[in-house]
Design a protein around this ligand. Structure first.
Ligand SMILES: Nc1ncnc2c1ncn2[C@@H]1O[C@H](COP(=O)(O)OP(=O)(O)OP(=O)(O)O)[C@@H](O)[C@H]1O
Ligand SMILES: [Mg+2]
Length: 335
């Protein structure tokens, strides 16, 4: 089910609670799609960084090949925030009078721990990856951090687009004001040119233009991300869970959150299902799980649900991922 539903999409998100098997499912899916001939980028947005462990190699902030057709990248939230603030700082310092450079630095070092900063920086990086990645890859697979965080992340493009829009409008007003001032002949840049010298490197008009193009680029990226996420033909979200009471209830809640954010949930993956035929203890466990899955079915009747068995050993290395991926091709079932 998972494979056939992912095969037609360009962007797939794999989400769910901690330890349910998101990284295993995302990796197996990415590998299967690469084997099917698509160019795939596997992205981990999880601060816990575990692609490296599973693939038995080091995965960092720049894409690296894992197998032919499959690259991987791990976004480090702290490094992403630092790079983001560096970029904002450079832009601000270029735009502000020199004597305020110290203030810019102070403001930015305070921003480092501001609420929402990690999410905003991560989202900026995701927007960039989706924007640039779709021209180089056929499929982007995101292995996301545990649920609550992910749902908030999914609602952010809307908020950031609105925020950037507000800044642009304010900037347009101040630009008109600046232009009015300049037409009164009080502007240094115009004055310098009137005196016959070369125009200074950064006139107020140049600065306005720089801010505008920065904000426009940003708005364009967020709009692109928003449009991509909201398009069920291109983007799918899969929720991985265990067949237990709380995870089931949380999955129903996550599904509702994603719906509110306009994201299509394409399927559920119930992982680590206890076997029915391996002794009385596990058979009882299996029956208990089935009752929880009935609750899930009743709440989300139309959603395809894939079940994966509890395996005797961990999913580590390419061979294990290939076997795990084969299970993802099975049709969706109910029990
Ligand atoms: N079906 C399965 N049977 C047995 N073990 C499994 C199964 N699926 C995953 N595992 C193992 O469970 C552990 C957690 O899996 P994984 O790292 O994929 O989960 P995760 O949701 O990404 O966790 P985290 O939230 O910490 O990132 C791993 O050791 C993995 O090998
Ligand atoms: Mg993981």
């Amino acid at each position: 089910m998972l494979l056939s539903r992912a095969a037609a999409r360009r962007v797939v998100f794999v989400g769910g609670k901690g330890g349910v098997g998101k990284t295993s499912v995302a990796s197996a899916l990415a590998l299967a799609q690469a084997r099917a001939g698509r160019r795939v980028l596997l992205v981990s947005t999880d601060p816990a960084h575990n692609l490296g462990h599973l693939w038995q190699c080091t995965v960092g902030p720049e894409p690296r090949p894992l197998v032919p057709g499959l690259d991987a990248v791990e976004l480090d939230p702290d490094a992403t925030v630092a790079a983001h603030l560096q970029q904002v700082g450079d832009a601000l310092r270029r735009l502000m009078p020199e004597h305020l450079a110290g203030e810019v630095g102070k403001h930015l070092s305070l921003s480092q721990d501001a609420p929402g900063m990690h999410e905003a920086a991560l989202l900026e990086r995701i927007a960039e990856l989706v924007h640039d990645g779709l021209s180089r890859y056929d499929l982007l697979v995101f292995d996301t951090a545990p649920s609550g965080h992910t749902a908030r992340l999914m609602a952010l493009p809307e908020m950031l687009t609105a925020w950037t829009e507000g800044l642009l409008q304010r900037q347009e007003r101040s630009e008109r004001f600046g232009a009015a001032l300049r037409s009164l002949g009080r502007d240094d840049g115009i004055g310098a040119r009137a005196l016959g010298g070369d125009a200074p490197a950064s006139t107020p008009a140049d600065r306005d233009q720089t801010i505008r193009s920065l904000l426009h680029r940003r708005r364009h990226r967020f709009e692109h991300l928003r449009a991509t996420l909201a398009d069920p033909e291109r983007t799918a979200f899969f929720i991985v869970l265990a067949a237990e009471r709380l995870p089931v209830l949380e999955t129903i809640e996550l599904h509702a959150q994603l719906r509110r954010a306009g994201i299509d949930v394409a399927g559920l993956v119930v992982n680590k299902r206890a076997p029915r035929d391996a002794g009385a203890f596990l058979a009882e466990r299996h029956a208990q799980e089935a009752a929880h899955l009935d609750t899930l079915r009743a709440a989300l009747p139309a959603l395809p649900m894939q079940q994966l068995p509890l395996l005797a050993s961990d999913v580590v290395g390419v061979a294990a991922l290939e076997a795990f991926g084969a299970l993802l091709a099975a049709p969706a079932g109910t029990r």
